[in-house]
Design a binder for this molecule. Structure first.
Ligand code: HSE
Length: 335
């Protein structure tokens, strides 16, 4: 495997691979070997497999994997993607919703080099979902992006797995941990917006640019990905009608509460409607989850309604989805 992007998520994945190595071998017959790791300063490469403990220590102390004995400053992600023997590329660079880059090019090049791709990066998926989906087919590689929606909550996996016999009529979700945390704290403790936004940033779940969370753009990205991957539509981010939580006043939250409701930032995906905005959710409804939690309700023809909830952000939680995708590819390939 090659890991492209070694920030919070890449490092979280490396930690989980260390902790789970014996478990993966025993339960899945899977022995993951990381042959290359790239960050913005350079790369470390060892075709025999990098020692991830040492790599993490170096990255944390020196700020780059290039300081590793097998490291090279200035080595680019594209050189690594095209030049190493990895079977699977984890594309974990930050989301860029305007161009999808650099993740978009990384993913395309990996596929063209006949490497399977696992990504958490929403940028390429909202800019070029259909293009990437068909490129993967043409190149004969597997493409997985479970970690892009719901963090550790297996939203896409559940829908594509045991719910695959259902027609999905609608998807409704609280899909952004940062705004959910802010709304919950404002509701319970009457805390001021900017203070709780700062707390959410300290928790490490907010986007690098937190306006993406606050303005509903992060939720809109996830709605776009769900619509493309589960509803079979060809949607772009601009097709989603979006309102954020900036104008949700403490007074509105209090009045809602007195009437038995909470205000949540809810994303909705239907074949003919994609939208994100603050909505009144009855207290006790499955979507009325608090704190940093995410929740997603599927409206289905057979099973009627299914809601799943869990932690939608964080390196360890998101590694659950990245690892799930890896195991899924291992199984599809007959491992
Ligand atoms: N900023 C996102 C959130 C991270 O708060 O949910 C997970 O996509």
């Amino acid at each position: 495997m090659a890991i492209v992007g070694f920030g919070n998520l890449g490092r979280g994945l490396a930690r989980v691979l260390i902790e789970k190595s014996e478990f993966l071998r025993r339960t899945q017959g899977l022995i993951p070997r990381v042959v290359a790791v790239v960050d913005e300063h350079g790369a470390a490469v060892d075709e025999d497999g990098l020692d991830l403990r040492r790599l993490l220590r170096v990255a944390e102390r020196k700020g780059t994997v290039a300081a590793h004995p097998k490291g090279k400053r200035g080595k680019s992600a594209l050189e690594i993607i095209e030049g190493t023997e990895a079977d699977v590329v984890f594309e974990l660079t930050p989301t860029n919703i305007k161009t999808g880059e650099p993740g978009l090019t990384h993913i395309k090049k990996a596929m063209q080099a006949e490497k399977h791709v696992i990504t958490s990066n929403k940028g390429p998926l909202v800019v070029a979902f259909k293009e990437l989906d068909s490129l993967a087919r043409r190149c004969g590689v597997e493409f997985r992006y479970s970690a892009s929606v719901g963090g550790g909550v297996p939203v896409i996996g559940l829908a594509k797995g045991l719910l695959a016999g259902n027609e999905i009529r609608a998807i409704r979700g609280v899909l952004n941990g940062t705004t959910n945390y802010i709304l919950t704290r404002m509701s319970k403790e009457n805390a001021p917006f900017d203070v709780v936004l700062h707390e959410a940033q300290e928790l490490g779940i907010a986007e690098k640019d937190p306006t993406l969370d606050i303005e509903g753009i992060d939720t809109a990205c996830k709605i776009t990905i769900l619509a493309n991957s589960l509803l079979g539509v060809n949607a772009r981010l601009r097709d989603v009608r979006v309102a954020g939580i900036r104008n949700v006043r403490p007074e509105a939250i209090r009045l809602a509460r007195e009437a038995g409701y909470v205000i949540k930032l809810v994303g909705v995906a239907k074949r003919d409607l994609l939208e994100v905005g603050p909505k009144l959710v009855p207290l006790g409804h499955p979507l009325a989850v608090g704190g940093t939690l995410n929740a997603v309700t599927f409206e289905l023809d057979l099973a009627r309604e299914i809601t799943i909830t869990g932690f939608g952000a964080g390196p360890q939680e998101t590694s659950s989805s990245l690892l799930g995708d890896l195991i899924d590819i291992h199984r599809v390939l007959g491992g």
